[in-house]
Design a protein around this ligand. Structure first.
Ligand SMILES: NC(=O)c1ccc[n+]([C@@H]2O[C@H](COP(=O)([O-])OP(=O)(O)OC[C@H]3O[C@@H](n4cnc5c(N)ncnc54)[C@H](O)[C@@H]3O)[C@@H](O)[C@H]2O)c1
Length: 253
């Protein structure tokens, strides 16, 4: 129970990798506040975590709306008696799809939406937890980017650009918040089979990057959860401003 006594907010907790983060953090003893726009599915996942003996609450939240994020985070802090961490994981990918095309064909509105959900909402999450982490005497924030930003993958330049921005943002926050003992790190997943009930075409797409990896197998959400648990724990208490690639050695930082 490495995370006993920790209270952590996870965004994008209803599906895919965020669901796996929530399950693992709760299994390690943390109180988990699950924030997702898909309220019904979030409730279902939360019930399953509780059924397995974990402590979790689900709060339907659109992370693009600062007031909703603040309300949800404040509620989590009230219910858990404070907060120690935040995993900013909600983003565009499967549930909110993102067009695969070259940069000149990206729809204008979709460019803005990528920055709104992947970048601006991360800023909102950090703002909302700040008073609670300060009140706690410190804490840990992890912002989820993508290993694509180190590889220059063709197509989806808006996704890659919006995730790249998180590195500079997080390094700046690490310096601004160090004096409050708040750590800010970035985790970059590789291409991960996070789709629920993937069809053969999806499995083939997720198998494609295997050949450029040092560790040549398909990545799954389980490959990421240990890193998040570590960064939410006191074992990482002197690590901040870092970018950790969890992609089987496909890109190097
Ligand atoms: N799967 C991959 O290959 C991969 C690779 C690199 C990075 N990532 C990043 O990891 C994160 C999770 O990826 P995933 O594959 O699980 O994606 P996903 O699409 O399966 O899940 C995203 C989650 O975010 C939620 N969400 C979407 N919009 C929201 C909003 N406005 N407010 C609140 N919640 C919202 C969705 O309901 C869903 O639960 C994303 O930030 C993604 O960019 C994924």
């Amino acid at each position: 129970m490495r995370l006993s006594g920790k209270s952590i907010v996870v965004t994008g907790s209803a599906h895919g990798i965020g669901r796996a983060y929530s399950e693992r953090l709760a299994a390690d003893g943390a109180n988990v506040a699950m924030l997702d726009i898909d309220g019904a599915r979030n409730d279902e996942v939360c019930r399953a975590i509780r059924g397995a003996g974990g402590t979790a609450i689900a709060i339907r939240t659109d992370v693009r709306d600062l007031e909703q994020v603040r309300r949800a985070v404040d509620q989590a802090a009230r219910e858990f008696g404070g907060l120690t961490g935040l995993v900013n994981n909600a983003g565009m990918l499967n549930v909110v799809p993102i067009t695969r095309c070259t940069f000149e064909d990206i729809p204008d509105a979709e460019w803005d939406e990528a920055f709104r959900l992947n970048t601006k909402a991360t800023w909102y999450g950090c703002k909302a937890v700040l008073p609670h982490l300060k009140a706690n005497g410190g804490g840990s924030i992890v912002n989820i980017a993508s290993s694509t930003i180190f590889r220059g993958v063709p197509t989806r330049a808006h996704y890659v650009a919006s995730k790249s921005a998180l590195i500079g943002f997080s390094r700046t926050l690490a310096k601004e918040l160090g004096q409050s003992w708040i750590r800010v790190n970035v985790v970059c997943p590789g291409s991960t089979l996070s789709e629920e009930d993937p069809d053969p075409k999806t499995i083939a797409m997720r198998s494609e990057p295997v050949k450029v990896r040092a560790l040549q197998r398909v990545e799954t959400p389980k490959d990421l959860v240990g890193t998040i648990a570590f960064l939410m724990s006191d074992d990482s208490e002197f690590i901040t401003g870092q970018t950790l690639l969890v992609d089987g050695g496909s890109a190097f930082n």
